[in-house]
Write a protein that binds this ligand. Sequence first.
Ligand code: NDP
Length: 330
Amino acid sequence: MYIAKENRYNTMVYKRCGKSGLKLPAVSLGLWHNFGGEVTYENSKKMLCAAFDLGITHFDLANNYGPPPGSAEETFGKALRDALGPYRDEMVISTKAGYYMWPGPYGEWGSKKYLISSLDQSLKRMGLEYVDIFYHHRPDPDTPVEESMEALAAAISQGKALYVGISNYGPEDTVHAIEALKQLGVRLLIHQPSYSMFNRWPEDGLYDVLEQNGVGSIPFSPLAQGLLTNRYLNGIPADSRAAGSSIFLREESVTAEAIDKVRKLNALAEERGQTLAQMALAWLHRSPVTASVIIGASKLEQIVDCAGVVERMAFSEEELVRIEGILAGE
Ligand code: NDP
């Protein structure tokens, strides 16, 4: 039987998410890869329990995570039944809808019909009565944003979600969503953008919008899917995402140019007395808008490493300038 470690809250840092009452751990765990029906359940469960023991209270899911789609939510539901269930009130569980999930006109994008049906399915797969955060996963160019936001607000009023978020929305769409929710008496809690040292689009307007509106940010793929770690310093390991069947990180993405930067960043991280993964996560926390970051992991040790970010979060001006130089290819 799993019993959570008593010291689980001793080291993790918790940050307020925007202007809300909800605090999130500096590091959250996502179940996009490595928790589906095609991997060993025991490893998935081990990682989830180890994360919780490290003070990682937030777990991020989506309807389509797997493969096959839906299976990550099933894995998570099983882990709740087998181990973590007694700690439900100590956890922040999120799910999303927006990408393709089932055939026909109601299985993807942003209609109220799709979003509410999908949330009902997610709750069933996880065996939950409610999620803490329900996200619209991507903007829908053809559905009025008011309708998608009405669906999020309905999730709250129906007791199926406590808070709502959006993901992959650009700055203008985000303003639109905030306004639409406001009309319905609901506050946007959080935005989930891709953001890392190698992918800085949120700095071009989005973070300003979030700051002005008191909305928190939780970057996904903060390690550029593993590039911003020691994983690829000496080639492409056989058990890595780039060598596997993921279509999202291919061997071609591990370029000589990227690895040259990774080596230099790694040397700076060593000077700071931390790993590159830790430095890459700390760097995202340099903005007060960042409430948490969502890492992925294939191994327990990776989660332990990432949770260690809290030991050194601050940067000197000189270090930040050096990082800019490395990223600019100097
Ligand atoms: P990361 O950038 O954190 O990449 C995770 C991968 O990096 C791991 O699978 C592992 O690679 C490697 N890694 C992690 N920690 C370490 C470490 N300490 N040392 C060495 N290697 C390490 O994030 P993901 O791309 O996995 O995304 C994280 C989460 O973000 C997802 O699970 C999901 O919840 C969310 N997300 C949301 C999206 C959205 O549209 N809203 C889209 C994508 C993700 P390896 O597997 O090779 O071991």
